[in-house]
Design a protein around this ligand. Structure first.
Ligand code: AQP
Length: 326
């Protein structure tokens, strides 16, 4: 079976972009592939999170991953910092990654913009991401479009390592959905929807109430044209709503656009469709939250399985670069 790997940060509650861009694919892939999914808590240290909040956020994210339909032990779910090989391989990979390649990363430019001081961790974030993926011999990585550049860097790093030290890593392919690959912020449709946006008004969280979702969609920024048409470049706000409705109903953006004459009706139907799509997730989240001991056990078992695969790959990489092993 093909191996799949992907990760998500415990930086805040999950939103519709995470779900449509990546997580829905994570669930589908369980049917046809050997899947390993990771809560990348080491990555989240590059954002400013209160240490006291991180354990609870990590556990809540694990509950959410089960609520969306991930199914252990068929699928491995674990926490990145429980498997030391991630940090160890990241060091090896940093030693073959030119600074110039990291300087080109758009996410680094965006996240460091205007900041007085930027951590080395934020700069080398994509190298740790490459280590995450390469440790599990992943042939494919389900991600949203915003992560495409990082995945390309992972491929370049793996190729460079293999050329220099001999075949060690599988070269991963990105798996990006055709619709809603980049869900945009409802208030700033030129920016992607994000967990850590300044205002929650532009972000639909999976745990938002139906009323909150209806209110956020109603207030979504569109434009001065009253008619509905799908044109992401010229009409990002309206087109974002159309994509959200398409992803919620498994429809096609062009077909949906042709069925609406007013933005008000588009907004009303989008809110209803989003609520229908995520209501089962909210219900499962509530019932799974009643037994956090069970969720903690899933993460312990996941780490045990992940360690086996990751340490074998790390050994291969250590031997390839010539480190002495007794
Ligand atoms: N707006 C989005 N549209 C489609 N896919 C998205 N993803 C994130 N935002 C969108 C995808 O979700 C997966 C997990 O993302 P992450 O938590 O690891 O980091 P991120 O990409 O940095 O997501 P956020 O929400 O923007 O988090 P913060 O604000 O904490 O940085 C990835 O596959 C990503 O592509």
């Amino acid at each position: 079976m093909e191996r799949i790997f992907s990760g998500i940060q415990p930086t805040n509650d999950l939103h519709l972009g995470n779900y449509f861009g990546a997580l829905r694919n994570w669930v589908t892939l369980q049917e046809s592939a050997e899947c390993t999914y990771c809560i990348v808590d080491l990555h989240s240290l590059t954002a400013s999170i209160e240490p006291a909040e991180l354990p609870e956020r990590t556990l809540r994210l694990a509950v959410m991953l089960l609520a969306i339909g991930l199914d252990p032990p068929r699928t491995t779910i674990f926490v990145q910092s429980h498997v030391p090989a991630h940090a160890e391989l990241a060091w090896l990979l940093q030693c073959v990654t030119p600074v110039g390649e990291l300087n080109r990363m758009t996410q680094f430019k965006e996240k460091s913009h205007g900041r007085e001081s930027v951590s080395t961790g934020l700069f080398t974030y994509p190298v740790l991401q490459a280590a995450d993926i390469l440790l599990y011999d992943a042939a494919a990585v389900p991600i949203g479009e915003d992560q495409k550049q990082h995945l390309e860097l992972s491929r370049d790093i793996a190729q460079r390592f293999n050329n220099r030290f001999g075949d060690t890593f599988v070269i991963p392919e990105p798996l990006i959905p055709g619709v809603a690959a980049r869900v945009m912020d409802l208030q700033h449709p030129e920016r992607k929807m994000s967990k850590s946006a300044d205002s929650a008004l532009g972000t639909i969280f999976l745990l938002d109430s139906s009323d909150d979702i209806a209110a956020k969609v109603k207030r979504a920024v569109t434009d001065s044209e009253p008619a509905v048409s799908y044109d992401p470049q010229q009409r990002p706000g309206v087109s974002n709503l159309i994509e959200i409705l398409a992803a919620s109903t498994e429809g096609r953006p062009d077909d949906i656009a042709s069925r609406y004459s007013t933005c008000a009706q588009l907004k009303a139907d989008t809110a209803d469709a989003v609520n229908a799509a995520i209501e089962p997730v909210r219900a499962r989240y509530a019932s799974l939250s009643a037994d956090l001991g069970e969720v903690a056990a899933v993460l312990r078992n996941g780490a045990d399985q992940a360690v086996l695969v990751a340490s074998a790959t790390l050994r291969r990489a250590y031997t390839a670069v010539g480190l002495y092993r007794s």
